[in-house]
Ligand binder design. Structure first.
Ligand code: ZN
Length: 305
């Protein structure tokens, strides 16, 4: 199979001459301007709108983001943390913000309704950005609705922190987002849910999570019910030898089926079946487990969708 090389994340910033606000002028050759860390997406000459940027946000790590006030005003319910207002010519148009550039980059992409996916922000960055949503007056409901650019970018990070994202979904009653996060919670055991997490998700979303994990556990139980097919008895592998395989299968399956709320992630199930296969001496029995494993993997894949 042809290997597809992973695409590297786009860098958030680059070192550039620090342009003053206002129309780009040929009179200011770059050589005379000091170099600074500048956002690539929100560069002085990014031309995202017909109007030029009128404000510069500087992140805690010194990256300059050139922005257009009207965009932030329309995206935010609090004038982007009261940073965006009509300024006199003499007022400063360069404002420091406490967030790091990776987080500001995500917040601004959300405000501009652009996808931050090319930067491949990790779960931590996205969670920090979501933590900052209330400060900047951004709407959880608007940006965490399916098919929005921000929602799509978050999907890529869900497997890395599904419970954190589930809690945010629960707190803001975002059912589709909660379902998307919960699909990655199959490794989670119900007993691991802390008191604090239960309080954050509330009774409704706690019950929904339990019901979802229960449905998955029942489906897994069904998938593991039948052991692999036997093969014609031989001198090397008689009926009692094949019974050993069937017993081993039941024992392996019982790890996932006796307690409805145990870890039932597909990876763990497949790893356990492979372990069972490696313990078999008879090649025909091993082939039977290989066949069963193939169909099981396809069924688990379907369950994971
Ligand atoms: Zn055999």
């Amino acid at each position: 199979m042809q290997q597809v090389a992973p695409v590297a994340p786009m860098p958030v910033w680059e070192m550039r001459p620090l342009q003053p606000l206002g129309q780009i002028s040929d009179q200011d050759p770059d050589a005379t301007l000091p170099l600074a860390l500048c956002s690539i997406a929100f560069a002085h000459d990014a031309n995202m709108l017909p109007s030029p940027p009128d404000l510069v946000l500087v992140s805690s790590d010194g990256v300059h983001f050139y922005i257009q006030s009207p965009v932030l005003l329309s995206a935010s319910t609090n004038m982007f943390n009261a940073l965006v207002f009509e300024r006199k010519q003499t007022d400063t148009h360069i404002i420091s913000v406490p967030e790091a550039s990776a987080v500001i980059n995500v917040l601004l992409h959300a405000a501009y309704l652009m996808s931050c996916a090319p930067y491949q922000p990790g779960a931590r960055v996205l969670l920090d950005a979501l933590d900052a949503f209330p400060s900047y007056g951004l709407s959880f409901g608007e940006h965490l609705a399916p098919s929005t650019p921000f929602y799509d970018a978050v999907q890529l990070a869900l497997p890395d922190a599904p419970m954190d994202f589930y809690l945010i979904a629960a707190e803001h009653d975002l059912a589709p987002f909660a379902r998307a996060a919960a699909r990655h919670l199959d490794e989670f055991e119900v007993t691991q849910i802390s008191e604090a997490q239960m309080q954050r998700m509330g009774v409704l979303y706690y019950n929904r999570l339990i019901a979802m994990l229960g449905r998955r556990a029942s489906a897994v139980k069904q998938l593991l019910r039948s052991p692999p097919d036997g093969h014609p008895y031989s001198a090397l592998c008689a009926e009692e030898d094949q019974q050993v395989l069937r017993d081993a299968w039941v024992l392996t399956a019982s790890q996932f089926t006796t307690d409805l709320f145990k870890n039932t992630s597909s990876e763990v199930i497949v790893a356990q079946i492979r372990l069972l296969r490696s313990s078999l001496v008879c090649t025909d029995c091993r082939d039977a487990v290989t066949d069963r494993l193939q169909s099981l993997q396809a069924q688990l894949h379907e369950l994971d969708q």
